[in-house]
Design a protein around this ligand. Structure first.
Ligand code: SF4
Ligand code: SF4
Ligand code: FES
Length: 258
């Protein structure tokens, strides 16, 4: 364990853990749009910047991205110093120029007193803040179906060559993790559409409800050792089955006691 100071309070933290985790554990809110427990930290948004110093640094201070900076013995951290607020405001101002219609950014910027960007708005700016969560989660799942393409204002997340991605299995992890809801998908009956590609959904044999795509089911069966028929039942059918099994076990227990 290490001991550090966060906003004037002595705090204990696990060696190797990132500053952002220790900060959050203290109940301190700081924006961190590219961080998610499902994927490794990446340091894309820089909104989680904090100020650090140490007693023996002779007054020297540094600004670091707390999601990527490990805790250290004796570290003195300020999450809302004047300089930190100024840095966050500049970043949010820039985000607001790139994504003027992204509600997440609008709300965060408003919390820091910014309602309009002081930069020139990107024409046709979309809601992608380039946090990289979607590409990282897709990579982590083992698909690598999408990536960041283009440069400057034209940078965006897209499938290779802008075509329906052949490696996508329609798992929706990218859409679910996206903090701005930029990634759109539709489920229409047993057809799912995402990234311009259509998938057929497996149908629950009990309730008739669609479960997951055939491609994702095949992947999970092959790589995660999940029984082949698992996806032919939806969650509520599985719950019902479990309840029946529990009922039978309880009944047997009572019979044995009698
Ligand atoms: S839906 Fe496709 S692109 Fe999105 S995470 Fe799953 S495999 Fe990747
Ligand atoms: S599409 Fe969403 S998750 Fe992906 S980089 Fe853009 S904002 Fe982040
Ligand atoms: S959360 Fe740390 S850089 Fe985005």
């Amino acid at each position: 364990m290490v001991t550090l100071t966060i906003n004037g309070k002595l705090v204990r933290a696990r060696e190797g853990e990132m500053l952002l985790d220790a900060i959050r554990r203290e109940g301190i809110e700081i924006p961190a749009t590219c961080q998610h427990e499902a994927v490794e930290p990446y340091g894309a948004c820089r909104l989680c910047t904090v100020e650090i110093t140490k007693a023996d640094w002779g007054g020297w201070k540094n600004h670091v991205t707390s999601c990527l900076y490990p805790v250290q013995e004796g570290l003195i951290v300020s999450t809302h110093s004047e300089d930190v607020i100024r840095i966050r405001k500049t970043i949010l101002d820039l985000f607001l120029a790139r994504c003027p219609n992204a509600e997440l950014i609008q709300n965060m910027a408003a919390e820091y007193g910014i309602t309009r960007t002081s930069y020139e708005e990107v024409p046709d700016g979309n809601d992608c803040i380039l946090c990289g969560l979607c590409t990282r989660v897709c990579d982590k799942m083992g698909f690598q179906a999408i990536s960041t393409v283009g440069r400057g204002h034209g940078k965006e997340v897209a499938p290779p060559l802008g075509e329906a991605p052949p490696d996508c299995v329609g798992c929706l992890a990218c859409a679910q993790i996206c903090p701005t809801n930029y990634i759109k998908f539709t489920d229409d009956g047993t057809t799912r559409t995402i990234w311009g590609r259509e998938f057929e959904l497996v149908k629950c044999e009990t309730t008739g409800q669609p479960t997951i795509t055939k491609e994702f089911a095949a992947y999970l069966v092959k790589h995660r050792n999940i029984p082949e028929d698992y996806f032919t039942r939806c969650d509520s059918a599985h719950r019902e089955e479990l309840a029946k099994t529990m009922g039978r076990i309880t009944h047997w227990g009572r019979q044995e006691e009698a």
